[in-house]
Write a protein that binds this ligand. Structure first.
Ligand code: AGP
Length: 593
């Protein structure tokens, strides 16, 4: 159970792996640097037998990836083992205190302080759970913690703040995990734990208490049934999650549309935005590109000033807002710390916050005033694909509803655009099918490139940025994206024979005309040009390689124009022998600042 659970969670971090089990009354730990499958060969995880255990895949924050720094960590006497996701901010001060009391630390991690603290308090209090709680109360920062000990050999102790943690509720077993796919092989009954909850599970019992409220939690009211099947959370016959998820985009859009049509939150969000003085919109990475798309579309359609910003820069904006402002916070995982911090800082100033997420009940929606959900299903590949398309659809929908509410759209205009949005699953499907036929040759050419540009204008700019991010993170090719008009202000100096420039050409006639000029200026420097253009666009004849995609409405540009760029990144990576699901140095969910 531990091994398959860790396999399902490997996407969250994977520089080292470890497990601890209670076997014949003894604590046994196996851990090391590397990926799960390599360590299985080296350490033979599956030979560790016990009825209870904990496991961890790590993405280094404090201390480099190494055998010693891998979790679980144990105390001096080898009585307690801990795994932890998050960052203990006050670990330095706690470590000094513990070292002065004689504790010997083996790793450079922040996590190890937790287990020595428990050891310390256990020797004082003689009760494991009380010692655990006392230790947790001393921690500052973010944590999802699990602890086992042969002293209480049928309990797993847990604590949660800021980092995600769930319980999979089973029949004669219970499972704790950072994310839902880890438990789907066994159960679909889930409790999403809240901040400051601590407790323990046995095979037949769950005990939770709220450390702040200092009272037990009736967990039965928090049990949810998850609709995702195990198949949905696994590769379903594709070689990688990324390509599976690219092909799932049409379905993900269909499900998201169904969700929007029945959403009770959407009308509230529309009203809040319509009444705002200014709208800020934020996210990180791909979700920031969705934010930029929303701002460009909103500034084009409505008279409401809409400002996009990268979530980690929240302090610049968070202090300049007030009650009449709104923040739209976008995060597929709902756990990205930079976005969470932005939400908190805007809320502190009195702004209303609308979350857009793919994970129900995750931290960002929970802390926002209104939560809107995409229904992309679990996204396992580190590269965001289907969540980007569904985010942009949801945001376009939100905007169109707002335009209707404020009278910018007449009923017939509204119906026309909603009709186009409803057709988005078909648009994605055609775009993927047509591109997959053409992308193979091009990816062979691009596998040997070291640098490239992705250019566009207007609503195509966030799509260009998304294309550049995809090829960077998956195929390790340096790529820069910027509005095409900027070339002559500097970047064109790099262009020489064969330099690849990908143009994203939205179906807006003025924009198309302007981009034509930009293509010509690159061709004049012997650049190798690729165009993602609307079917039958005259620009198809002037680029070296062309992807023609359907363009029913400019609001659908991310949905029509992004798939060829995702496929280009995917196939270029696989041609280079890289694993697109596990790009180096990256984790799927970034729960640290
Ligand atoms: C996208 O391909 C990335 N892996 C990354 O930029 C991601 O979009 C970013 O970390 C934000 O994640 P979130 O949507 O879960 O907040």
């Amino acid at each position: 159970m531990l091994y398959t659970g860790l396999q399902r969670l490997e996407y969250r971090g994977y520089d080292s792996v470890g497990i601890a089990v209670i076997s014949s009354g003894r604590l046994v730990v196996a851990k090391g640097k590397g990926m799960l499958r390599d360590l299985e060969e080296r350490l033979g995880f599956t030979k560790y037998i016990g009825s209870m255990g904990i496991g961890h895949t790590r993405w280094a924050t404090h201390g480099a990836p190494s055998d010693i720094n891998a979790h679980p960590h144990v105390d001096c006497k080898g009585l307690f083992a801990v795994v932890h996701n998050g960052i203990i901010e006050n670990y330095d001060e706690l470590k000094k205190k513990l070292v002065s009391k004689g504790h010997i630390f083996k790793s450079e991690t922040d996590t190890e302080v937790i287990v020595h603290l428990i050891e310390e308090y256990y020797s004082e209090l003689g009760d494991v759970y009380e010692a655990f709680k006392r230790a947790v109360k001393e921690l500052r920062g973010a944590y999802a913690i699990l602890v086992i000990t042969p002293l209480e050999d049928n309990k797993i102790f847990f604590a949660k703040k800021d980092s995600p943690l769930i319980i999979g509720v089973g029949d004669n077993y219970n499972i704790l995990a950072s994310d839902i796919p880890a438990v789907l092989d066994h159960t679909r009954y889930i409790i999403v734990l809240r901040d400051h909850w601590v407790g323990y599970v046995t095979p037949t019992r769950i005990f939770i208490e709220d450390l702040l409220a200092e009272k037990p939690v009736d967990y039965t009211t928090y049990i949810r049934i998850v609709e995702w099947s195990v198949e949905e959370a696994s590769k379903g016959g594709y070689p990688h999650f990324m390509i599976k998820e690219i092909y799932e985009q049409s379905l993900a859009l269909k499900n998201t549309i169904a969700g929007l049509k029945s959403s009770q939150e959407l009308p509230h969000a529309v009203k809040v935005i319509a009444e705002a003085k200014r709208v800020f919109v934020t996210g990180a990475g791909t979700s920031y590109h969705a934010a930029e798309f929303y701002a460009l579309a909103s500034n084009t359609l409505t008279k409401l000033l809409t400002v996009p910003f990268i979530a980690s820069e929240y302090e610049v904006y968070g202090t300049a807002v007030n009650e009449s402002d709104v923040l739209v916070a976008i995060s597929q995982s709902g756990e990205t710390m930079d976005v969470l911090k932005a939400v908190r800082s805007f809320k502190k100033q009195g702004a209303r916050v609308i979350a857009v997420s793919n994970v129900v009940d995750s931290a960002i929606p929970r802390e926002s005033h209104i939560a809107l959900y995409t229904r992309a299903g679990p996204e396992i590949g580190v590269a965001a694909t289907k969540t980007f398309l569904t985010q942009t659809l949801l945001l376009a929908w939100l905007l169109v509803e707002t335009a209707k509410y404020t009278g910018i759209f007449s009923t017939s205009e509204y119906k026309e655009v909603v009709g186009a949005l409803e057709n988005s699953p078909k648009v994605a499907e055609i775009s993927i099918e047509k591109s997959d036929k053409l992308v193979h040759d091009l990816s062979t050419v691009y596998a040997s490139k070291t640098s490239m540009y992705y250019l566009s204008r207007h609503i195509g700019v966030p799509v260009a940025r998304e294309g550049a991010l995809k090829i960077k993170e998956i195929a390790y090719i340096h790529a820069e994206a910027y509005p095409a008009g900027e070339s002559k202000h500097g970047p064109i100096a790099l262009v020489e024979r064969g330099f690849p420039v990908v143009f994203i050409v939205p179906g807006i006639s003025g924009v198309e005309r302007a981009i034509k000029g930009n293509i010509e200026e690159m061709k004049a420097r012997s650049a190798e040009t690729v165009g993602v253009v609307c079917e039958e666009s005259p620009l198809k004849d002037i680029v070296d390689y062309v992807f023609e995609v359907p363009c029913p409405h400019w609001l659908l540009t991310p949905i029509s124009h992004t798939p060829p760029l995702q496929l280009l990144a995917y196939y270029t990576a696989t041609k280079k022998g890289l694993d697109p699901d596990r790009p180096r140095n990256l984790a799927k969910t970034v729960t640290v600042e």
